[in-house]
Design a binder for this molecule. Structure first.
Ligand SMILES: [Zn+2]
Length: 208
């Protein structure tokens, strides 16, 4: 039997990887297929366990991230060597972004919201991080209109450290609460802002 939620999950796994979302990783067809297979394995059914348990959800999210990351093909720029504290985390940022894009899109999909009660869960979802989003977060942090905070330096997404990601996410949560949005939707505000616009706080100047 065909089940609509299963089909929707498969479709989302297809659309998450795009030239824009995978910019810089640029996976070929076989690698895209391998990543999509892992995204399709994300069990939305398990999520209801974490409704009131952000720590447990964080561990689950880390597991999904690790699984997607393992699907990446070898690259000289991020040799996944967990024993090397300088480079052992390389590639993690892409995997986390893909998982977060998948969850954010799922939380906007009526069939999946109904099937997996995602409306009870989505307050835990993270904003998918990339250069655009972190530029906008940094502009808001510098502005201080919500909370003045020093955010980590952003280099490249493949170099993103889990602990730096957590700092960006904590600040993003504050911002989203301030405008009564869900955190994972913030990239709809930040997405495709021109470079000059990304230096202006999106919360003090919402019309840009
Ligand atoms: Zn501001």
């Amino acid at each position: 039997m065909y089940e609509l939620p299963d089909r929707m999950r498969q479709r989302l796994a297809e659309t998450v990887i795009s030239p824009s979302s995978a910019l810089g990783l640029n996976p070929g067809a076989d690698e895209q297929k391998a990543i999509r297979m892992q995204l399709r394995e994300i069990s939305l059914k398990e999520l209801t366990r974490f409704t009131n348990d952000p720590d447990e959800f964080g561990l689950w999210l880390d597991e999904q991230t690790a699984r997607v990351r393992k699907a990446f093909f070898h690259r000289n720029k991020f040799i996944v060597d967990a024993t090397n504290s300088e480079t052992g985390h390389y590639g993690w940022g892409y995997a986390r972004k893909f998982v977060n894009l998948f969850l954010a899109d799922a939380a906007r999909n009526r069939a999946l919201i109904d099937a997996y009660k995602l409306d009870q869960m989505e307050h835990l979802f993270e904003v998918p991080l990339d250069q655009h989003v972190t530029d906008c977060l940094k502009a808001a942090a510098k502005c201080g209109c919500v909370q003045p905070v020093e955010l980590p330096k952003w280099e490249r997404i493949y170099k993103l450290r889990p602990e730096d990601s957590a700092e960006f996410q904590r600040f993003a949560l504050k911002l989203s609460e301030g405008i009564d949005w869900r955190r994972h939707n913030l990239d709809l505000i930040f997405w495709r802002r021109e470079k000059a616009q990304r230096k202006i706080c999106a919360f003090c100047r919402p019309s840009i």
